[in-house]
Design a protein around this ligand. Structure first.
Ligand code: FAD
Length: 335
């Protein structure tokens, strides 16, 4: 079906690795190039939430809708089984002020979800009297998932090179999955449409290594084996991945108000840069150049959208039907 196409994938983040695995499974000969595969890419620092419910309710700038995000999440069980990635399906619990919880409750109703009221989770500020829980939002451990994807891709025959891609070189197709980087802008003008959004996240040691994520007003806390991940800043237009304590201060203070034990400190911060398109949805599919395929611009849902994006990329490269969501991700839609 693929005719043994030689495909270079630029970028070994969540999108690049997912595309590489899907392309190899579709019969392509795949090389992934990334000069800094374990650097501070957005994929490595992410909280790893696969969260159609709260991303729909709390991120109206995302350009997505609940149906799309649920469809993306529903591709995860098979994809995770293929790449041996562990998924935590404990769900998520919203906790906040009474007026904010009214908005959450209205959102649950709007999405057709049962309003499941639970006691406030242990450790949250005593001013919060209840939580609303959903089992629809899941989570993975981002660093571990990157490693698993790399192992699965290598086992499927993908070659890895520590190189920066600058041209199509000898490949039949180039998949550009370079996150917020603009280095390939001369070759791929569509990258000029991306806005960087720096995200800083705190990891507090200790606590449970799994269980429901907590969602509050402008904050989340996700228990994980690497510590409690508390995030995240949304610094629009900022493209560096340095930890900047001044910009982190509001998040640090919010963490202490949300989970008072966190006021004692003990966090380690990391930062990554997300890439956003003008309408909030990623650009996935052929660019204007018929040899160049994009998988960029997944904003704050790159992990959630990775299997869907990889499926679209493998389909367009091998001439198969890319499915119902491909048109919404079409990179040429801004032309
Ligand atoms: C703090 C934070 C929290 C987040 N939380 C979540 C979450 O809970 N759930 C979720 O779904 N998403 C989350 N995200 C968003 C998600 O991390 C991103 O959307 C996703 O990781 C983007 O993946 P990517 O592969 O497109 O880019 P990246 O992860 O940025 O990877 C791009 C790679 O391309 C490489 N590269 C750049 N230029 C070149 C070149 N010329 N040649 C070769 N390689 C190149 C880079 O070295 C890098 O490794 C979060 C992001 C941040 C910052």
């Amino acid at each position: 079906m693929s005719g043994g196409l030689k495909v270079t994938v630029a970028g070994a983040g969540a999108l690049g690795l997912s595309c590489a695995l899907a392309l190899a499974d579709a019969g392509c000969t795949v090389t992934v190039c990334d000069p800094a595969p374990w650097g501070d890419s957005a994929s490595g620092v992410a909280a790893g939430m696969l969260a159609p419910v709260f991303e729909t309710l709390l991120d109206s700038a995302g350009g997505h809708d609940f149906g799309l995000l649920v469809a993306a999440r529903d591709l995860w069980p098979a994809f995770a089984a293929r790449a041996l990635i562990a998924i935590d399906r404990s769900g998520a619990v919203a906790v906040g002020s009474e007026s904010w919880m009214e908005g959450v409750a209205a959102g649950f109703v709007r999405l057709g979800l049962p309003l499941s009221e639970v006691p406030p989770p242990a450790g949250v500020a005593p001013t919060f009297s209840k939580g609303f829980a959903t089992a629809e939002d899941w989570r993975l451990e981002a660093r571990a998932a990157l490693k698993s994807l790399r192992v699965a891709a290598a086992a499927a025959g993908v070659t890895f090179l520590p190189d920066r891609v600058e041209a199509l070189a000898g490949a039949d197709r180039l998949v550009v999955a370079t996150g917020a980087a603009r280095g390939l802008g001369a070759l791929v003008p569509e990258l000029g449409l991306l806005t960087p959004i720096k995200g800083q996240i705190l990891r507090f040691s200790g606590g449970p290594d799994g269980g429901p994520s907590l969602r509050g007003e402008g904050i989340y806390a996700a228990p994980s084996p690497g510590g409690l991940a508390v995030g995240a800043t949304m610094e629009v237009g900022v493209a560096d991945s340095r930890v900047d304590e001044a910009a982190l201060r509001p998040l640090i203070d919010a963490a202490g108000r949300f989970l008072p034990a966190l006021a004692a400190g003990g966090w380690v911060a990391s930062a990554g840069v997300r890439a956003a398109t003008p309408d909030g949805l990623p650009m996935v599919g052929f660019s204007r150049d018929p040899k160049i395929v994009l998988a960029v611009g997944a904003r704050r849902n790159g992990w959630l959208l990775a299997p869907m994006s990889a499926g679209i990329v493998a389909a367009v490269v091998t001439g198969r039907d890319p499915g119902r969501y491909a048109a919404r991700f079409d990179p040429t839609r801004f032309a």
